[in-house]
Design a protein around this ligand. Structure first.
Ligand code: NDP
Length: 329
């Protein structure tokens, strides 16, 4: 008999999440029936979406939502061999039973030398967000200038590198000098610390005096309100995330977007990466190839220990991560 550990949402977050909002539970798993598998989580993802989606999808007492890389430890399903690794969305738990329908095998070309945790980051949902957001929403073209914020994070660091591969000039902003140094190492043309610049407006216009063709917005709020005024005519804004607003109990108020939208004839489009689920394989294969070729580099913030999941989640929201924040069980 296997006892799984699981983190549940004890209390809906009010403002910034606290460790006391979570509870660690033990769940006794039944024996496997024919067609079923027992899996053990190896790496779990902590992501910003968990903050807004906890309100939209969960009730108090539910297991926290999330994705993991898991290993098959027992199989009564001939389609899945013991020892294989899969990606699935089974929330914050150490062990679980599946009938196999919700499991996605890692791409068959996954090299042994590559950490499997990348399937939660650069070669996973955040990488796909960068890929489809840039290609399909920003519609970037060679020679254009791309702005990205939260640039040293899971999505942002891939956005900047894909824009460079696509022949663009890239400007990135992040919240510490170490992150800025990381962006330079990744090949960003310009990078600055948005927390220490005297004026965000001036820093943006210094980094690209002619303005921006594409803005990949992970942050929203005040940053977006300032950046929209630096767009070039016919510029495109991909509204990917609004992390500066996720912990607000009272929604922030404008400035409003209509003036720059009208006079610069901008396009602004919100998107969810799931829109391109039917092209997931295309995106993952492209990302994996670039990683293997060394054209896309990665960094992971690995927290050790399942018991530290709430801390890892809160740390990521505070900006403690460079690259993708993951937890190793
Ligand atoms: P990151 O790895 O970028 O981690 C979050 C980062 O956000 C932190 O490291 C921090 O970096 C930054 N941050 C936190 N608070 C603020 C703030 N108040 N103002 C500015 N920056 C802040 O996370 P992801 O790459 O996974 O996600 C980035 C964004 O993309 C999120 O908004 C997320 O919701 C969104 N997203 C959207 C998807 C979609 O389908 N639309 C899919 C995946 C992600 P710093 O030190 O630079 O402040």
């Amino acid at each position: 008999m296997v006892i799984a550990k699981a983190w549940v949402l004890k209390k809906h977050f009010d403002g910034f999440p606290k460790t006391s909002d979570f509870d660690l539970k033990e769940i006794e798993l039944p024996n496997l029936k024919d067609g079923e598998l027992l899996l053990a989580s190896v790496f779990l993802s902590v992501d910003p979406y968990m903050r807004p989606y906890s309100r939209r999808l969960m009730k108090e007492g539910d297991i926290m939502i999330g994705t993991q890389v898991a290993r098959i430890v027992e199989s009564k399903n001939p389609a899945f061999a013991v020892g294989a690794f899969v990606v699935c969305d089974r929330g914050w738990r150490t062990h679980f039973i599946s009938d196999g329908k919700d499991l996605r095998l890692l791409p068959s070309s996954w090299p042994e030398s590559l950490p499997k945790s990348l399937a939660l980051g650069t070669v996973g949902m955040p990488g796909l967000t960068a890929y489809f957001g840039l290609l399909e929403v920003c519609k970037m073209k060679p020679g254009e200038t791309v702005l990205v914020n939260a640039a040293a994070g899971a999505v942002g660091s891939v956005v900047g590198q894909l824009a460079k591969i696509g022949g663009c000039k890239v400007v990135g902003c992040a919240g510490s000098d170490d992150k800025v140094a990381y962006l330079k190492k990744l090949g960003f043309d310009e990078a600055f610390n948005y927390k220490t610049v005297k004026s965000l407006d001036e820093a943006l216009s210094k980094a690209s005096p002619d303005g921006y063709d594409c803005f990949f917005d992970n942050v929203g709020g005040e940053f977006a309100s300032v950046a929209i005024n630096q767009m070039k005519k016919y510029g495109r804004i991909a509204v990917c995330g609004a992390i500066s607003e996720y912990n607000d109990s009272v929604p922030q108020k404008g400035p409003y977007v209509q003036y720059p939208m009208i006079f610069k004839e901008l396009q602004m489009e919100g998107f969810l990466v799931t829109r391109w689920n039917h092209r997931r394989e295309e995106g993952l294969n492209a990302l994996l190839k670039w990683v293997v070729e060394g054209k896309v580099k990665y960094h992971e913030q690995v927290t050790e220990g399942f018991e530290n999941m709430p801390m890892a989640f809160i740390g990521m929201l505070k900006g403690e991560n460079i690259g993708k924040a993951v937890v190793k069980v």
